[in-house]
Design a protein around this ligand. Structure first.
Ligand code: T46
Length: 146
């Protein structure tokens, strides 16, 4: 299969693309490098990953953060990342292990259409804090318009 490697164009605000260096070692695999406050635009305080996504009906996310910044990667398989800044919406097909999407504060994001065995990696600028989440969409719209 021919893989399209052009970077997608982002129409949504408060997000970005981060392409990690990718070192191909022939049959010995591929090495990708993320460094806090270097190619990741914040010091990394938390790393989490999501595995065992066996259900094509699964939906994760459906929230925004008030202050947290994150970069999300698809390490294997693929999924659809939906971004919504309160005005514009955009869907990105995530499948490149070295192409992260920066999720800035005030960005509603949803992950779905996971392929079998899909693995997500997230680098976050801060520790887990439920108070930082906006989980209600109407509250999110009111918050971004305030
Ligand atoms: C995000 C997207 C991309 C913790 O206790 N600590 C943690 O660090 C995380 C990430 C989650 N949790 C608990 C909180 C919930 O009871 O795990 C449960 C599931 O979390 P959540 O519903 O937020 O999971 P996702 O996959 O919808 O969202 C996650 C991140 O939480 C979120 O910050 O932006 O991935």
């Amino acid at each position: 299969m021919n893989q399209v490697t052009e970077l997608p164009e982002l129409r949504v605000r408060r997000c970005g693309l981060i392409e990690l260096p990718r070192i191909v070692d022939q049959r010995d695999g591929v090495l990708c490098i993320a460094e806090g406050a270097r190619n990741i635009p914040f010091e990394i305080r938390r790393v989490y990953y999501i595995t065992h996504l066996e259900n094509a009906e699964s939906v994760r996310g459906k929230h925004a953060h008030r202050t947290l910044s994150q970069v999300i990667f698809c390490l294997s398989g693929s999924f659809v990342l939906e971004l919504d800044d309160g005005e514009q919406r955009q869907e990105l097909w995530m499948w490149r292990e070295n192409l992260g999407v920066l999720l800035g504060p005030g960005l509603w994001h949803t992950m779905r259409d996971f392929s079998n065995g899909c693995t997500l990696l997230v680098l976050a600028s801060d520790y887990y804090d439920e108070a930082d989440y906006i989980r209600d969409y109407d509250q999110f719209l009111a918050w971004v318009k305030a």
